[in-house]
Design a protein. Structure first.
Length: 125
């Protein structure tokens, strides 16, 4: 879905689909929402919908070049720290993530044994 201007509202709709249909039943392994104007609200909605899904097929979440910021990064960090989803790749580059968001993500990795790649290069760290 690269460059489709999904935005926060679209990300919230996707989050509702995951939540209402039990994300474990959705065989999606990769969700690429790069360059889609997803902000903190949309990222948080996705994180909340996915954080308790231990049976999800989702392995890769691409949110690069959006506007996730520190608030969205913190929500995603909570999802990562919960270690319930089998997510192995999280791409967050170009999201205006500052020090507090980077610290939250780094701290979340201490509690996660599934995430292999957490890329947030080209941010405002």
């Amino acid at each position: 879905m690269l460059c489709h201007q999904v935005g926060d509202e679209g990300a919230k709709v996707l989050a509702q689909i995951f939540a209402q249909n039990n994300a474990a039943k959705i065989p999606l392994e990769t969700l690429g929402l790069g360059v889609n104007a997803v902000g903190a609200t949309g990222a948080a909605a996705l994180a909340h919908a996915l954080e308790d899904c231990s049976d999800c097929a989702l392995k890769t979440l691409g949110l690069y070049r959006n506007s996730v910021g520190d608030e969205g990064a913190a929500a995603l960090a909570t999802m990562v720290a919960n270690n319930r989803i089998a997510l192995s790749h999280l791409f967050l580059g170009g999201n205006s993530i500052g020090n507090s968001g980077a610290i939250a993500l780094a701290d979340s990795l201490k509690q996660n044994n599934k995430l292999k790649v957490c890329a947030y290069l080209v941010s405002n760290i």
